[in-house]
Design a protein around this ligand. Sequence first.
Ligand code: SAM
Length: 284
Amino acid sequence: MELWYTEQHTDNVRFSILVDQQLYQGQSDFQRIDVFHSKEFGKFFTLDGLMMVTEKDEFIYHDMIVHVPMATNPDIKRVLVIGAGDGGTVRELCRYPGVEHIDMVEIDKLVVDVCLEYFPSTTVSLNDPRVSIFYEDGLKFVRSRVNEYDLIIVDSTDPFGPGEGLFTREFYGNCYHALKDNGILVNQHENPYYDTYQHSMKRAHMRIKELFPITRVYQAHIPTYPSGHWLFGYASKTIDPIKDLKGDAWTSLNLETKYYNLDLHVGCFALPNYVKELLDHATE
Ligand code: SAM
């Protein structure tokens, strides 16, 4: 008998992984959580049947969501991370000695508890003294914050269920106010290839563009996410991710990274024509 995890990427496309064992299944107030073990990807977990993190390819997502903004401004000291209950984003941020404080706001405590048990490699820095964890809705948390952060990372689920509010105009507007003048906002920006995700991607881009003078989109190749082609949004009031890149300062930190490097930093902002077109004509 074979056990397969199958995820519906579109009405017509399914993605499957051969599973050795299901290690956990639970339901929180917000979502269903499953943990599996597979030969190809090691352990992985899903929320409401959607892939979140696999041991084999999580380095790609976490390198790109953290090192792109951190190399752009290695002076970042105060960071707000929204979502990210698996801990991978906080792990990468904690490698920077200059980061003084990280507020992590995860709506679902069960995600963190399950990840602490099954994913020691991503949760390794959640107990770093610089990290404060709040179990709250990120949409509400950011409402009361003004001029506080150098970097906000939105490491959320997709724009339905608990993650929906993190793709709204209200949320992006509050992030704008929560950031200092040289602040940077980075968010997971969905995939450009399939129609259903295209819509969320275009809407998010348009809403961020209405607020921030500098907005760019960059890409990475993540095998277990729909289509394998994933985008991230970059926005700032003043700092351009390429013109203002502090490559020498980042190199002097001697951080070993498995995916990110400075060539890729510049290259990841070069988008395929069809993606540029989608973003240029982004509407609600
Ligand atoms: N890398 C992942 C991806 O894109 O598939 C995202 C990982 S992380 C596990 C996403 C987290 O965002 C989840 O744990 C979820 O509970 C959290 N989340 C969703 N909506 C949220 C909200 N409104 N406020 C705070 N956290 C939220």
